[in-house]
Design a protein around this ligand. Structure first.
Ligand code: SF4
Length: 327
């Protein structure tokens, strides 16, 4: 059974991709994209998964959506375990989980008018029948994403990037899903357009009580949208906390480094910039002990040998770091 009250329950999710070499394609190692990741999302909540490129956050989203099969672990949607479901059992569940992709330019079929794009999920899942019912539903979806109704007669190339992402959001809303995975939905957009799309998602969340898993490389983007934040580094969650606690009192040095790059609105308040040394190590051979130890300014002996486990550091606040731990 899933954890009580959780709409999404991810348990020890692991995804390793084989690395092949040579003319025979021999497996020479594994990319540890996601290692032992666990979290829950309750209905009506937004959980953001944040980390640098290559940390495994998008793979988490893809494994939940079953776009890539997990190597190990469990994924529960309500009372149903979905990670090991057969494709035929999964089909009706597709309605309950939708996705908004990063690139609004390639995620919409250029040969379909907006009406057809939005009608497809409605008819596929038997949610609307007949031209006039479909027209009404498509018009209502365009209203929701603040696009004019005549947009339904146009093709994707006639819209700007931000407008296309609104169409992508409308398509995700069409089958009235329980969960929407937003995979870097604003990273391909201009700064001012990013803010408009984040505001739209925030308004929709209030109006419709959406449950969102929001994947982003940018903590600043999620600050005004999310309820909780999971920070990932090299395939692991290193900190998981309510938004306020995370932004006010981050515990993990990696989270503190990410936060130090987030601009503060008050010109008198300054965050001390924490520059991390070196590059993210290879996920094929992650460092021993704490995976962050090669870049952490607070590293000490134990960090190189012993992996820190996620532990409670304050109410509803978990961190995987030896700092402050009883020896
Ligand atoms: Fe830094 Fe050690 Fe904490 Fe890892 S466990 S984040 S290396 S102090």
């Amino acid at each position: 059974m899933s954890s009580a009250g959780a709409l999404l329950d991810v348990r020890a999710l692991t995804k390793h991709f084989p690395v092949h070499a040579g003319i025979f394609g021999r497996t020479t190692g594994y990319v540890h994209a996601v290692d032992d990741v666990s979290f829950t999302v309750i209905r009506g909540e937004t959980l953001s998964v944040v980390g640098e490129s290559g940390c495994g956050k998008s793979t988490v989203g893809r494994a939940i959506l079953r776009l890539t099969p997990p190597t190990a672990g469990e994924v529960w949607l309500g009372a149903q375990r979905i990670d090991n479901m057969h494709a035929s059992e999964l089909r009706p569940l597709r309605r309950r989980m939708q996705v908004v992709f990063q690139d609004p330019f390639s995620s919409l079929n250029p040969r379909m008018r907006v009406r057809e794009i939005l009608a497809e999920p409605l008819t596929n899942f038997g949610l609307a029948r007949g031209a006039s019912e479909i027209d009404d539903r498509v018009a209502a979806l365009l209203d929701k994403v603040r696009l004019p109704r005549e947009a339904m007669h146009r093709y994707p190339h006639e819209f700007s990037g931000g407008q296309r992402q609104r169409i992508g959001i409308a398509r995700a809303l069409a089958p009235q899903p329980d969960l929407i995975v937003c995979d870097e939905p604003v990273s391909a957009l201009d700064v001012s357009v990013k803010a408009q799309i984040i505001n739209l998602l925030s308004q929709l969340q209030d109006e419709l009580g959406l449950t969102l898993l929001f994947i982003s490389h940018d903590l600043a983007i999620v600050e005004h949208l999310t309820h909780r934040v999971a920070v990932m580094y090299l395939g692991k969650i290193v900190e998981l906390a309510d938004r306020r606690a995370l932004f006010a009192q981050a515990h993990h040095p990696y989270t503190r480094a990410l936060l130090s790059a987030v601009p503060v609105p008050d010109p008198l308040a300054k965050r001390q910039r924490m520059i991390l040394a070196g590059d993210v190590p290879s996920p094929i051979e992650p460092p021993s002990g704490c995976r962050f130890h090669t870049r952490c300014p607070f590293v000490f002996d134990r960090c190189r040998k012993e992996e820190p486990l996620l532990r409670v550091v304050a109410e509803r606040h978990l961190s995987a770091c030896h700092l402050g731990e009883a020896n």
